[in-house]
Ligand binder design. Structure first.
Ligand code: ZN
Length: 342
């Protein structure tokens, strides 16, 4: 079966320790330029994430799953310095012809037609932006086309969800006044807003303010796996009503019903999230958001080169070829196009 082009809504390869070797191939990690090409990954949202906590401190096992306190806030200066350097890394990849930083839908279409991989520049958490939003203009000029207001910690704009299972995503207060201004300003600049990692009240605030389709780039279905990081059915309904989408992550602790880190987790556990969203709100509102290099994925996937196998698992589950194409590429293209042309 010849696969459609594939778009991944979230990966963290740009800020991993071996990210200086993305062009030629890394000895580790989930994704680099050669492996993306081999997998048919024609485009992706390349997250810039500034770390502050070890993964072991996020998924602290409990009898029922895991729990962690909300991670501490990160100061603007540290985040701005780190994010600027990481963005420079992506610009270097573009300069050397390995990717094209996607600013318009035409860049996505060119990648789907065989051109360079379309890399969407994304900030995962807005700490690198000052509360007066002056830096947002600079980031837009540098190619920023996607923005997550928070990671799982508080910042000047809102409050993330702590990593907890089982847990509702309703874990704290909504957006700050700076956060509400950031939503409006991002709409004005045609920057996609990403609600993954936001708590339920922050999600509701974005939904109330934003004029663009709502996107959760890497969040699963809470009905399948009751993690604080996943979306309730009510949230799925709100996303669909905006004609947005959910990118399903592959991170084991987010997709398993029991939240346990079990590398033998089968592909059908990931597929169950795609099926739930498709059945609940329609297949045009679900896509891929791997979170490669952001945690551990099932051995059955391995790394980005496992994506064709995941498409086969979707076919095996009964998704039609048109639906597979929507999940793989067309849904992300539609929503990015709407956000960027608003
Ligand atoms: Zn994330």
């Amino acid at each position: 079966m010849r696969n459609p082009p594939i778009f991944d809504g979230h990966h963290d390869a740009l800020t991993r320790p071996t990210a200086d070797r993305l062009a030629g191939g890394r000895p580790d990690g989930h994704l680099d330029v050669p492996r993306a090409r081999a997998a048919g990954l024609a485009g992706a949202i390349w997250a810039i994430f500034t770390d502050g906590v070890a993964t072991d401190d996020l998924f602290v096992p409990t009898p029922d799953g895991y729990a962690a306190p909300l991670a501490p806030a990160l100061d603007h200066g540290t985040a701005a310095a780190h994010a600027t350097a990481a963005a420079g890394r992506l610009h270097a990849l573009e300069r050397d012809g390995h990717v094209r930083i996607a600013r318009t839908v035409a860049d996505l279409d060119a990648a789907a037609a065989g051109g360079p991989h379309a890399a969407v520049l994304h900030l995962e958490g807005a700490e690198a932006i000052d509360p007066d939003l002056e830096a947002l203009e600079h980031w837009h000029a540098a190619g920023l086309r996607s923005l997550g207001l928070v990671w799982s910690r508080p910042n000047a704009f809102g409050h993330g969800v702590p990593f907890r299972h089982p847990s509702s995503p309703d874990t704290g207060p909504g957006l700050t006044s700076a956060g509400r201004a950031l939503v409006a300003r991002a709409n004005h600049l045609n920057i996609l807003l990403d609600v993954s990692h936001l708590n339920a009240r922050g999600f509701a605030d974005v939904a109330a303010i934003s004029t663009a389709p709502l996107v959760a780039s890497h969040s699963g279905a809470h009905a399948i796996a009751p993690s604080s990081r996943n979306l309730t059915d009510d949230q799925l309904d709100v996303i669909a009503a905006s004609d947005g989408l959910v990118g399903i992550p592959f991170i084991i602790e987010f997709v398993r019903a029991d939240g346990r880190l079990d590398p033998t987790t089968p592909l059908r556990t990931v597929v169950a999230h795609l099926r739930h969203v498709a059945d609940r709100v329609g297949v045009r509102h679900v896509a891929l958001g791997s979170d490669f290099d952001g945690g551990e994925v099932p051995d059955a996937l391995g790394d980005v080169t496992g994506l064709p196998g995941l498409l086969d698992a979707l076919r095996h589950d009964g998704f039609t070829e048109d639906e597979v194409r929507g999940i793989a590429w067309d849904n992300w293209r539609r929503v990015l196009g709407a956000a960027w042309a608003a």
